[in-house]
Design a protein around this ligand. Structure first.
Ligand code: HEC
Ligand SMILES: [Cu+2]
Length: 328
């Protein structure tokens, strides 16, 4: 019986070890993703600093545990026999009181040293001054507003090397969401009517992904966010061109709205999902009814476009007409 228990325990431990290797190879969710912004860098450093102490303490405790189990095992001694009477050990007791205090003080000092660089938005970065972007979390998409009025859904384009200050909120009749692009810094809640602030500065071009980190309803899993960092000059020309295109109604805003908002419930081809098939619905071809349902919602459908401007509705309507209308 004992041998069998030992074999079972032993093979379980070996299996755990085998899986640990694979899990740790890509972080396995145990370590922060590779940071790509100064604040994310500091969060990651703090993580590893604390992890170092935790790992050392884990080893000390577990090794001592195993040694004691082996060294002081029963060895067939009768249960009646008294064990050895051990007195206290002053120095040892002082040490295990003082060392944890010192460790906690070190962690506190380190955290407070790193904190300002995580919280405070720098006025300027390597390639220019701060950019402000409004982030609005809604069931079940992210809407971004640039200073010149350009709107984007789910995918935020930003310049490399410039601090991007985010004002994160959600509409009054919506729920709490949470903005989180792990490579670009910590989470921040999008609370109805209460703007929160955070920032990042992409250190290199690339696409960084994240998701809403607050369970916010049935399609919460579809609430993904992407930040695409491009060189600063490329960003400036894109933003100017996009502003023109959105004023003239030639941008892809309508497609972004359909794919980022409607498709999450009605499917990418409008054939239905959580919501009904709308590809052949007359409602989406009639501007008045479309405005009403998108801005006010309908029973189980939330008012996804409650705050949308006429320009945003125009973009959606012409996209739906082109895609699903008679001409489509
Ligand atoms: C959160 C999920 C969700 C999102 C996002 C969503 N809908 Fe809906 N939609 C529904 C549900 C559910 C219904 C069925 C409502 C009911 O009858 O109670 C519906 C119904 C509709 C209908 C009525 C169907 C018909 O035959 O007339 C239209 C039109 C429609 N949605 C269009 C849209 C458009 C356009 C968007 C994007 C701007 C959108 N919906 C976004 C869930 C959603
Ligand atoms: Cu959400």
């Amino acid at each position: 019986m004992r041998a069998r228990t030992l074999v079972t325990a032993g093979s379980l431990m070996l299996a755990a070890l085998a899986f640990a290797g694979a899990a740790l190879a890509d972080g396995g969710g145990f370590s922060p993703v590779e940071p790509a912004s100064p604040n994310a860098e500091r969060i990651s450093t703090t993580y590893w600093f604390i992890f170092g102490f935790a790992a050392a303490i884990f080893l000390v405790v577990e090794i001592a545990l195993v040694v004691f189990i082996v060294r002081f095992r029963n060895r067939g001694r009768s249960r009646e026999v008294e064990g050895p009477q051990i007195r206290g050990h002053l120095n040892l007791e002082l040490a295990w009181t003082a060392v944890p205090v010192l460790i906690l003080v070190a962690i506190a000092i380190f955290a407070f040293y790193e904190l300002p660089g995580i919280k405070d938005v720098p006025a300027a970065g390597a390639s220019g001054s701060q950019l402000q972007v409004g982030v609005e979390g809604q069931q079940f998409y992210w809407q971004y507003t640039y200073p010149n009025g350009v709107i984007a859904i789910d995918r935020m384009r930003v310049p490399v090397g410039r601090p991007v200050r985010l004002e994160v909120t959600s509409p009054l009749d919506d729920v709490i969401h949470s903005w989180w692009i792990p490579a670009l810094g910590g989470k921040i809640d999008a609370i109805p009517g209460h703007p929160n602030h955070t920032w990042f500065e992409a250190t290199k071009p690339g696409t960084y992904t994240g998701q809403c980190a607050e369970f916010c309803g049935i399609q919460h899993t579809a609430m993904l966010a992407t930040v695409e960092a491009v060189p600063s000059s490329q960003f400036d020309s894109w933003l100017a061109a996009e502003a023109r295109a959105q004023t003239e109604g030639t941008s892809d805003l309508g497609a972004q709205e359909f794919n980022g908002v409607c498709a999450k419930c009605h499917g990418l081809s409008g054939k239905g999902g959580v919501g009904p098939d709308i590809a052949s619905s007359a409602t989406i071809q009639d501007r008045q009814s479309l405005d009403t349902i998108v801005r006010e919602g309908l029973d189980l459908m939330p008012a996804v476009g409650a705050g949308w401007s006429d320009r945003q509705m125009d973009a959606l309507s012409s996209y739906l007409q082109k895609r699903f209308g008679n001409g489509g």
